[in-house]
Design a protein around this ligand. Structure first.
Ligand code: HEC
Length: 108
């Protein structure tokens, strides 16, 4: 008997909760926030090809926080992304990507 009362109490507690929820429905509203700039995208001339191909798996910071590298090393990086990590990059885009990376983060 006491078990039944306990069950009834549980059920009615749940019902009260549901009723309370139904009376005050959530009001959703849009807010505007400013996210800190954590170099999530590439910028500047020629950046479209890099933004289009290199942001599926990591942010631009992963690339831009590397030390300045010579062209051959950027070439090897792009090839590594494609062949080792299976980045879906069209081979015809590789020269433009390497050119951008060398210009932006190349050894002078
Ligand atoms: C399919 C997913 C994927 C795409 C797309 C991708 N990468 Fe990566 N990238 C990775 C992974 C995985 C790592 C290694 C992360 C780690 O070590 O924690 C990485 C790391 C890097 C690093 C750090 C150095 C290194 O070798 O680990 C550089 C630089 C880099 N990527 C450049 C690029 C460039 C340039 C592109 C566009 C051509 C690109 N990535 C696109 C997966 C990807």
């Amino acid at each position: 008997m006491s078990r039944m009362i306990f069950t009834l109490a549980l059920v009615s507690a749940a019902a009260i909760q549901i009723a309370a929820y139904a009376q005050s429905p959530l009001t959703l509203k849009s807010v505007s926030i400013d996210l800190p700039d954590r170099s999530t995208m590439f910028s500047g001339p020629g950046s479209d090809v890099v933004n289009d191909n290199c942001l599926a798996c990591h942010s631009a910071g992963m690339v831009l926080n590397q030390p300045a590298l010579p062209t051959a090393t950027w070439q090897a990086e792009a090839e590594k992304m494609i062949h080792i990590f299976k980045a879906p990059v069209d081979e015809k885009d590789v020269p433009a990507i390497v050119e951008y990376l060398t210009r932006t983060k190349g050894t002078k």
